[in-house]
Write a protein that binds this ligand. Structure first.
Ligand code: FDA
Length: 466
């Protein structure tokens, strides 16, 4: 067993962990990052599959994501816009395909009116929510006791309007069935992006990508840390107390004054804490669970949909693939479509054989883009549910009632242990932006604690002499 001693131990080399480590280093503290996987990046993973570069995990950057944009600029990375020229497509309840331009998709005038009214109501509610303190809203308990689905159904009995409003935070974001999370959790999701309208605006939320892939963000941050990032080192135990922490992996013992757990909260229980974490953390962590979505990549010899005047933007709450986009790489002659199969639909297709699943998914894509969509040259399903060190996608959220009950303690440190992850964020919640914000916050908390400890030490002799 090799022994390492540092000021701060960081568990996880995703965007949150690599950000925190760099911030602490800049402030003069020594760090080590232990990563369970054989690669840096966590839920950011850019890889070449059958000759095609694919963003297996996170990829899009929206204009409100200041922390991520700053980091991208500082690392000298370039971005490019998602292709969006031409018509978008929507499949209605009768299975008919409709082309449209602009923000509003083609539904009856009555349904359009209902969607506009409820969107306005939601934007007003979201404006009252502080994404960092959703539990502090006077109606937090009430809004956390009603499911997102039930609340929408109370607003209108127009099924098409309700399904379209529901899926924006359901299948498309929290990736859980809309009866499985609360109105408050849904409002937090929207507040984290500035408004409900922002969240449903694909041109806003799916604005840009990084040339060469978003995984470069944690990779370049990790490069700056050099030998202080150690791969294949799942942390198994964490002893903690006034002295700081001692972590063990299968090969290492690391002693540090502070630790940051920079990974999804559903993985805290993979570590044996000695002594145990407090009651509050034990309880809170059981009320957080990962959503589940399959990200499907289909690469074609050319972006054939553009020839039909289509932007590639497609969605329908009635389709297996509930949303899909042109995901062609920067300066690539080939065309790539990315589609998403979420929550219950994802469970259902994993009951099928790989062949049947592929057939069903491509069939659904063909409803948007025509029969050519059935014959990609490269086909790949990102399945984060099987990834031991993530266990779902995109991120974790509270079950019914959990957010107002436990939200205030989500980021509270426990002795020398601090927590950082996109899943704990307010602004940028569930996104890379949130991971970076949480990495910065955990580093700032430690620097504050360290300054207080030094000040206490300096004060003590004076007090003794007084
Ligand atoms: P993350 O999970 O990335 O990193 C945690 C690290 O800790 C992992 O590397 C893990 O291996 C490690 N770890 C866990 N337990 C450990 C242990 N015991 N010991 C050592 N290491 C341990 N976001 C966005 O902004 N735009 C987007 O388009 C998308 N799209 C998207 C698609 C898909 C398919 C996914 C899965 C996710 C997205 N996201 C996204 C979300 C985004 O990718 C995510 O929020 C952040 O990358 C999370 O970064 P963190 O550093 O917080 O955790």
């Amino acid at each position: 067993m090799a022994d390492i001693t540092r000021d701060v131990l960081i568990v996880g080399a995703g965007a949150a962990g690599t950000t925190a480590a760099n911030e602490l280093r800049k402030a003069g503290l020594s760090v080590v990052v232990l990563e369970a996987r054989d690669r840096v990046g966590g839920r950011l993973w850019t890889d070449v599959i059958d000759g095609a570069m694919l963003e297996i995990g996170g990829q899009w950057v929206s204009p409100d994501q200041d922390a991520l944009i700053e980091t991208i600029d500082e690392l000298g990375l370039e971005t490019f816009s998602r292709y969006r020229e031409g018509d978008s497509v929507y499949v209605g309840p009768d299975g008919a395909l409709h082309r449209f331009t602009g923000e509003m998709f083609p539904v009856s005038a009555e349904t359009e009116k209902v969607i506009a009214e409820i969107t306005e109501r939601l934007d007003a509610m979201v404006a009252e929510i502080d994404p960092d303190r959703p539990y502090a809203h006077p109606k937090a308990a009430e809004w956390d006791s009603v499911t997102w689905d039930a609340w929408l159904r109370e607003q209108s009995d127009d099924d098409e309007a309700v399904r379209n409003l529901a899926f924006a935070t359901g299948s498309a974001m929290l990736t859980k069935p809309t009866h499985a999370f609360s109105l408050l959790q849904s409002l937090l999701m929207a507040a984290s992006a500035g408004s409900y309208s922002n969240l449903v605006d694909a041109d806003f939320i799916l604005d840009k990508r990084v040339v060469g892939g978003l995984q470069q963000v944690p990779q370049l941050l990790a490069e700056r840390l050099g030998d202080d990032v150690l791969l294949n080192q799942p942390v198994r135990t964490l002893e903690w107390g006034e002295h700081g922490v001692t972590a063990t992996t299968d090969a290492l013992t690391v002693r540090a004054r502070y630790a940051i757990l920079a990974h999804a909260p559903v993985l805290y229980d993979r570590i044996s804490f000695v002594p145990s974490l407090p009651r509050r953390q034990h309880q809170m962590h059981q009320h957080l669970s990962m959503g589940f979505v399959i990200k499907v990549h289909a690469v074609y010899d050319r972006p054939f949909w553009r020839e039909q005047g289509l932007s590639g933007t497609a969605f329908s709450p009635y389709e297996l693939v509930h949303e899909a986009y042109d995901n062609t790489n920067h300066a690539d002659e080939r065309g790539t479509l990315v589609g998403f199969v979420s929550d219950q639909n994802a469970d259902d297709v994993f009951e099928l054989s790989a062949e049947e699943r592929k057939e069903r998914i491509l069939e659904s894509l063909s409803h948007y883009y025509g029969p050519e969509a059935k014959n990609p040259v490269v086909y790949y399903e990102s399945d984060w549910g099987t990834e031991e060190w993530t266990r779902g996608a995109y991120a974790a959220s509270f079950d019914m009632g959990g957010l107002h009950r436990y939200g205030k303690d989500l980021r509270a440190s426990v002795g020398p242990i601090h927590f950082a992850c996109s899943d704990l964020a307010g602004a940028g919640y569930q996104h890379v932006d949130g991971a970076i914000r949480m990495g910065r916050l955990a580093a700032a908390q430690i620097l504050d604690a360290d300054r207080s400890a030094v000040a206490d030490e300096l004060r003590e002799p004076a007090l003794d002499g007084a």
